[in-house]
Design a protein around this ligand. Sequence first.
Ligand code: CUA
Length: 330
Amino acid sequence: MKLLSLSVLLTVLFLTGCSSFKVLDPKGTVADLQLNLFQLSTVIMLLVFFVVFSIFVYFTWKYRETPERRQIIPPYVKGNKKLEVTWTVIPILLLVILAIPTIKGTFSLEELKANGEDPLVIQVTGHQYWWEVHYPEQGITLTNEAYIPVNRPVAFQLTSADVIHSFWMPRLGGKKDLIPGKTNTLTLNASKQGEYKGQCAELCGASHSYMRFQVHAVGDREFTKWIEKETNGEAADQLTPTAKEGKKLFISNCLTCHAISPAERSKGPNLSGISDKERIGNVLLNSDENMERWIRDPSSIKPDVNMPPFPDLTEEDLNALSTYLSQLEE
Ligand code: CUA
């Protein structure tokens, strides 16, 4: 009994999801349409299931084996036009009912691209295991997050630097693969301001599950302000002495892979705004102590990550580096 209640509880937890990663709660035109199609096909499939299953149960019971029946040899039946037409026409009708809104919807998504203003272009490059988010017109580069204006189509141009990843943003709709050497475009919009979570949906290696990202959908004015802040943000160098030490270490150890300004692109994740991030590498909660653990040996925390360990850095060095990163402004 205990086992049963435990499994029921686990099933409920699994089905409801214990994180804020929502799948069936659309907040964009594409996602709305997908949910409607999903509901329509679920209803049709359930209908088919119940009809077929009821007939199956009924006939199994009606023609069950009994001692009398065992003696009877049933007559040979050769075809039945009425029945055959019925079970051919019904599925055709059901498929037509499904096809009409699906095709209509697919074309209306093309309209989303063509309608009104030009879409905002964001280039997303998948890496094992992080996302580079680049705004080509504005010259801004972010890591694992994107700012978008509401009610404006956003064209995500997707590609990969290594293996195949998949960009999945359920509340805004759509899912598309990021393929090395190829660019796929996924046009979405957000109809409501808010924070939307995304996740890589293609098993791409040991830390695939840590490939998460966040979209901040903001109002037009806030979006313009954000662009200004990112492009003009010349942070005054008001570093504490320890952070200054950290900066030196950063330049000699980390700068080959990590840019620290949104205006630059780098081989590894751009670290601008890292002090505001909730997590380091999408895994560890952001604190000085965790930052030190991370720098010392990242792959012990995020398996298979490309960043090398730094076993030669002393406690003091690590402390200086984490202090510098915590004071790093955009
Ligand atoms: Cu990238 Cu899974």
